[in-house]
Structures are given as C-alpha cells and as structure tokens.
Ligand binder design. Structure first.
Ligand SMILES: [Fe+2]
Length: 191
C-alpha cells in the first residue's frame, strides 16, 4: 500500500502526516509541486519480461512523454534470489547506492510496475517519505535533496525516464540526514 509519512527535517520523531489514503497523498504531494500518478498494474509483473512491460505501458509512457522530453526510458528491476549465495551482497550494494542524500540535474521519474521502494524528499523544514508500490508514478523535481531506500530485501520493477543518458548520476550532498530517518523496513512495520 502506498504510504506517505511527513516528518520534521530536524526531528524524524515529529510525524506530521502519516497516511495511506491515495487522495490525501496526491493532494499533499501536489501542493508541494511533486507529481504523483497511478497507472493500472500488470498481474504478476515479476514474471513478465522488461520489453513486454514497456510494450504494455506504451500508451501511458507516450502520454507522459508527449513532449519527447525523456529520451532514455528503461526498466530497472531487482528481485530476491535466495538460491544465489551472492544475493545478500548484491542486495546490500544496490540498496547502498542511493541511500545517502543527493540531487539530480533532472527530474527523477519512476513508475513502479511492481514491488516497492521509498523516496525521501527533503523540502524546507520537512522530509516526505513516500513508499511507492506497484502502480505508483512519482517525479522527484530536479535539484530536490532526496534519498531512496529499497529495503533490506529489494524487490521492485521500475520504469525510469531520463532526459540525458547519465540522468541517474547523483550529486551527493555529504549530509548524513538519511541515517536519522526510519528506513523503508521501519516505515512498513510502524503502527
Ligand atoms: Fe535519486
């Protein structure tokens, strides 16, 4: 279930909003200039090949990219593989990549076809944790300080939209703020 938790930037324990209500989530994000949308999910997307998923979402992708702004559109996916002894290390490495606060020169646009991941957006005096699940489209505005937690058991399929081929490259701020906020796993288990 999609979850939005808004906390004070200087005190993660000060939870100002915690909701799973789609309408509230959309409204809270919209009034901060953050685009959020929902597309119909494909059943059992994890078993569908990436090119087939892109073909399935061709109409939604074309509408989102009507201006031709996104010149590179691909799919990132990671699924647990308990039969692979290297999986825990692979998972930890993938998780660590964007767990520290950073920004991008372009909007970070992601559609979650399945699974989940949490974007943390640092805006003025607040941090918005947005747990995206299958069906969710989120756009982190260019220049916004943020980080991303895929959890200790990463499992998601995301369509990524880039203007430039290196649009995913992060400019890391060096601020350890993320360590003071609940992880994806913690957000999901919180009452
Ligand atoms: Fe990012």
């Amino acid at each position: 279930m999609t979850l939005l938790q808004i906390m004070a930037a200087d005190n993660a324990a000060e939870v100002r909003v915690r909701t799973t209500d789609d309408a509230v989530i959309t409204a809270e994000l919209a009034r901060r200039g953050i685009a959020f949308d929902r597309w119909p999910v494909v059943a059992d997307a994890a078993s569908v090949a990436s090119d087939e998923l892109l073909a399935h979402y061709a109409d939604e992708v074309a509408a989102l990219n009507a201006s031709g702004r996104y010149r590179h559109i691909d799919i990132a996916r990671i699924h647990p593989d308990d039969a692979d002894p290297a999986w825990p290390q692979t998972a930890a490495g993938a998780r660590a990549k964007f767990l520290d606060e950073h920004r991008h020169a372009e909007d970070e646009v992601r559609y979650f076809a399945a699974g989940r991941g949490c974007f943390y957006l640092r805006l003025e005096d607040e941090v918005l944790a947005v747990v995206c699940e299958g069906g969710d489209l989120l756009s982190v505005p260019a220049g916004t300080r943020h980080w991303f937690d895929m959890g200790t058991r990463p499992d998601f399929i995301a369509i990524r939209f880039f203007e430039e081929a290196d649009g995913w490259v992060g400019d890391f701020t060096g601020d350890p703020i993320g360590a003071g906020f609940p992880t994806l796993d913690e957000l999901l288990t919180a009452p």
